[in-house]
Design a protein around this ligand. Structure first.
Ligand code: G3P
Length: 219
């Protein structure tokens, strides 16, 4: 399972990308809205893309097919490798089909069921983003949507990629990998929590201290 960072914060994205294990970045309008409003969205997106170098999903804001396609054209002028992130609504599926016909990669977002994921796949989506945390928020087991989707993808050998999204803690990441998600898009804080283990921290400290003691004894 690959890791993407789910963020619009440039310093977090740059740090995560510098660690060498990241394959991409996803953003959304709510993440962008948390950043400095005086910043130019086009500029931030271009810098985000340059920082990671891999997959970069950029979301449209329109809710009608023509508006989404106009926005996709604009985003592709910013950088032609962009993956266009489209909401899982009927007008979005039409936009996905039109973009797929032009071989433009799409990431269908706000998917909460395997049926929605299948519809997005059949419209021609390159990626299907299945949300976990927001289902947990309404007392529905979010990970089950990933399990269902991965089982169907496996059964029918579907070639679009399942992105586990709306992840809130390291156990979500673990469960998504076990369930068969191809990619987890993870907030920066959770990404860092996922790397940490107290025994790793104390073990490194013990090795450093013992090495220093050994060198001091030799001098
Ligand atoms: O990638 C979608 C993700 O950003 C949504 O996360 O925490 O707002 O449900 P959240």
């Amino acid at each position: 399972m690959q890791f993407y960072v789910d963020s619009a914060n440039l310093s977090d994205i740059r740090h995560a990308a510098s660690l060498g294990f990241l394959s991409g970045v996803t953003t959304n309008p709510s993440l962008l809205a948390k950043e400095d409003p005086s910043l130019d969205v086009k500029q931030i997106i271009k810098e985000i893309h340059a920082s990671v170098g891999g997959h970069c999903s950029v979301e449209v804001n329109s809710t009608d097919t023509d508006g989404m396609l106009r926005e996709a054209d604009e985003i592709l002028k910013w950088f032609p490798e962009a993956t266009i992130k489209i909401p899982m609504i009927p007008a979005g599926l039409s936009a996905v089909r039109r973009l797929a016909q032009q071989e433009i990669p799409t990431n269908v977002t706000l998917i909460f069921t395997a049926n929605q994921a299948l519809a997005a796949h059949n419209a021609g989506a390159t990626y299907v983003s299945v949300f976990v945390g927001r289902l947990d928020d309404i007392s529905t087991e979010g990970i089950q949507a990933i399990r269902d989707t991965a089982e169907i993808w496996d059964l029918h050998s579907l070639d679009s990629q399942i992105i586990a999204a709306s992840l809130r803690h390291p156990l979500h990441v673990l469960e998504c990998a076990r369930a068969g998600a191809h990619i987890a898009t993870v907030p920066y804080k959770v990404l860092m929590q996922t790397l940490n283990h107290p025994l790793t921290t104390s073990g490194v400290q013990a090795f450093v201290d013992d090495y220093k003691k050994m060198m001091a004894a030799k001098s």
